[in-house]
Design a protein around this ligand. Structure first.
Ligand SMILES: *[C@@H]1O[C@H](CO)[C@@H](O)[C@H](O)[C@H]1NC(C)=O
Ligand SMILES: *[C@@H]1O[C@H](CO)[C@@H](O)[C@H](O)[C@H]1NC(C)=O
Ligand SMILES: *[C@@H]1O[C@H](CO)[C@@H](O)[C@H](O)[C@H]1NC(C)=O
Ligand SMILES: *[C@@H]1O[C@H](CO)[C@@H](O)[C@H](O)[C@H]1NC(C)=O
Ligand SMILES: *[C@@H]1O[C@H](CO)[C@@H](O)[C@H](O)[C@H]1NC(C)=O
Length: 316
C-alpha cells in the first residue's frame, strides 16, 4: 500500500513538473510544437512558447508572435499591448494562434471545446441551441474497439475530437463526451467538475450514457440523475429537474392581473376622493357666498327701511 502511494505521489510530481516546465514562458528560442499538450486538469493548451507566441515547427521550431486571436480580449495581453487580429467570418483562430484556418467540416478533427471551429449544418437554424454552436458540436468520437490478435480481449481507444451535427433524435445512437476539470482550492483540496455533452438534438433530447441512445429530456419537476437529462440542464441535490438559478423571473398572469387591477383601483379611488374634496370646497364657497348675499340684503334692507318710513312721514 505504502509503495503504491509512493508511486502515485511520484507520478503526480513528475506530471506536475512536466506541466510546469512546459507552461513557463519561452518568448524567443527553440521549441517543439509536438510538445504542445492540453493540460489534463484544466484542458488549457500548454506549449513551450509564451501567451504571445506559438511554435513554428514540430521539431526545432522557433517561438514566433501569434498571427490571430480567438477572443475579443485575449489572455496574456496588457491594455497597452496591441493583440493580433480576429479571424474573418468563415474562419477560426486555433488555440495556439498560429493563423486563421477555414471552418472544419463534419467528421473532421477540431480542438476540444471549440464548437465554433465546425462549419454549421444547412438547417443550422433548427438545430442551434445553448448546447451547441449554430447546430455543430466538437465531441470525442465513440470508442473504436478492435479485437486483440489471438485472444478474446478487446482493445478500445477513444478516437480524436471531431465536429458533429447536433442532429440525432429519439432512439438513435449518440455520443456522450465527459470532460472532467480539476481545480485546487485554497487549502490544497481538489475539486472535480464533469461536463457531459452529446450530439442529440437539444434541448428536446439527451444522450443516455447506459444505452447510448437519445432520450426525451425531462421537464421541470421530474426526477433525474444527471444535469444533462433535464430540458433546463439542471438537476438539483434532491434529484429533481429545476430551473437554473440564472433563469430570469417569470411573472405569472395572475400577478400581472393583480398589479394592473391595483393600479386601476388606486386611480379610481384618487379620482373619487378628489371629486368629493372638490364638491366639499364648492359647497363651502357656496355657503360663504350665500351668507354674503344674505348679509348684504339684510344690510341694504336695514338702511332702506327707515328712509322709506321717513319719506312716508314727509308726504303725510
Ligand atoms: C524553451 O524551449 C527549449 C527548446 O524546447 C527548451 O529546451 C527550454 O527548456 C525552454 N525554456 C523554458 C524556460 O521552458
Ligand atoms: C516529438 O517528436 C520527436 C521526434 O520525432 C519524437 O521522438 C517525440 O516522441 C515527439 N513527442 C511527442 C509528444 O509526440
Ligand atoms: C452563427 O452564429 C453567429 C452568432 O451567433 C451568427 O452571427 C451567424 O450568422 C450564425 N450562422 C452562421 C451560418 O454562421
Ligand atoms: C446528421 O448529420 C450527419 C452529417 O450530415 C448525417 O450524416 C446524418 O444522417 C444526420 N442525422 C440525422 C438523424 O439527421
Ligand atoms: C459520463 O458520465 C456519466 C455520469 O457520470 C456516466 O454515467 C457515463 O458512463 C460517462 N460516460 C463516459 C463515456 O465516460
Amino acid at each position: 500500500m505504502a509503495s503504491f502511494l509512493q508511486l502515485l505521489f511520484l507520478t503526480v510530481s513528475i506530471h506536475t513538473i512536466s506541466i510546469t516546465a512546459l507552461s513557463s514562458t519561452n518568448n524567443t528560442g527553440i521549441c517543439s510544437s509536438n510538445n504542445t499538450i492540453f493540460d489534463p486538469s484544466t484542458h488549457k493548451l500548454v506549449s513551450q512558447c509564451s501567451d504571445h507566441t506559438f511554435c513554428s515547427a514540430p521539431i526545432n521550431g522557433m517561438c514566433i508572435p501569434r498571427l490571430c486571436r480567438r477572443d475579443e480580449f485575449p489572455f496574456g495581453y496588457g491594455p497597452s499591448e496591441a493583440p493580433p487580429p480576429l479571424c474573418p467570418q468563415g474562419f477560426f483562430c486555433p488555440d495556439d494562434g498560429s493563423g486563421c484556418l477555414p471552418l472544419v467540416s463534419v467528421g473532421a478533427p477540431c480542438e476540444p471545446n471549440r464548437d465554433e471551429q465546425c462549419s454549421p449544418p444547412l438547417d443550422w437554424q433548427d438545430l442551434a441551441s445553448f448546447q451547441n454552436y449554430n447546430g455543430s458540436i466538437c465531441l470525442k468520437s465513440t470508442c473504436m474497439c478492435v479485437k486483440v490478435w489471438l485472444s478474446s480481449l478487446m482493445h478500445c481507444v477513444l478516437r480524436q475530437v471531431t465536429c458533429r451535427y447536433a442532429n440525432i433524435t429519439l432512439g438513435q445512437n449518440c455520443i456522450v463526451d465527459n470532460t472532467t476539470y480539476t481545480d485546487t482550492g485554497p487549502n490544497g483540496e481538489q475539486y472535480m467538475f464533469t461536463v457531459t455533452r452529446d450530439n442529440c438534438r437539444s434541448p428536446q433530447f439527451y444522450c443516455d450514457p447506459g444505452s447510448s441512445a437519445c432520450q426525451r429530456a425531462k421537464a421541470v419537476g421530474v426526477a433525474c440523475q444527471l444535469d444533462s437529462e433535464c430540458e433546463e440542464r439542471n438537476c438539483n441535490s434532491a434529484k429533481v429537474c429545476v430551473e437554473p438559478p440564472e433563469t430570469p423571473l417569470r411573472v405569472a398572469p395572475w400577478q400581472w392581473g393583480l398589479t394592473i387591477g391595483s393600479i386601476l383601483a388606486a386611480m379610481v379611488v384618487i379620482c373619487i376622493l378628489l371629486t368629493l374634496i372638490h364638491r366639499r370646497h364648492r359647497y363651502a364657497r357656496y355657503k360663504e357666498l350665500q351668507e354674503y348675499y344674505h348679509d348684504q340684503i339684510g344690510y341694504v334692507s336695514s338702511i332702506s327701511a327707515p328712509s322709506y318710513q321717513w319719506a312716508h312721514q314727509e308726504r303725510t
